[in-house]
Write a protein that binds this ligand. Sequence first.
Ligand code: MN
Length: 227
Amino acid sequence: MTYAIPAPAIPTLPIKGSELRFPVHRIYCVGRNYADHAREMGHDPTKEPPFFFQKNPDNLTTDGEFPFPPLSNDVQYEIELVVALKSGGSDIRPEDALGHVFGYAIGLDMTRRDLQGAAKKLGRPWEVGKAFEKSAPCSAIVRAEEIGHPVSGAIWLNVNGTRKQTGDLSQFIWDIPHQIAILSTLFLLAPGDLIMTGTPAGVGPVGKGDRLLGHVEGLGKLDVLVV
Ligand code: MN
């Protein structure tokens, strides 16, 4: 194959304990998947089915730095569990869903909240708020064969050493099997897809020089400096 212009690199994530890299196909994100966060954003978590948006695979960054993006005065952190798929399909049943999971990682769904808010108000898409450069800092993937499939466990985020977000994976409104199952009714899921599973309460703004330290039980830590 000879391309007319230079071919873009395939975005990849490291895999804990392996020299192999995980090639990323798409990044799906689940909105308002913890009741406390849905409430803090002004929504009733009991009435709403899950909804999804996407980031671009090349929005991933694994170098420990998050460059403060342009055209926003309110850039916010959202600490999330990330699910990495090794296989996919359509109309996956919840009871079959975990068989498609390669492993899990810690991610930050960095958000230009002011631009997202303006888009919401106008009924416009969220890309400008969500899918910008380096908006998805991510840890190495830990294989499911190593840690199993988490159904509970602490998830938290410190900013400059102060705890800002605290939650537990048991607080998911839609658990991982149902996230995969419902997503697969809307999209053809594929090997290399990532799912960012939503964030617990406590989201807030960052500034240059802030150090974000995120944790999900069993997955270690994600350490990111805002530059
Ligand atoms: Mn999010």
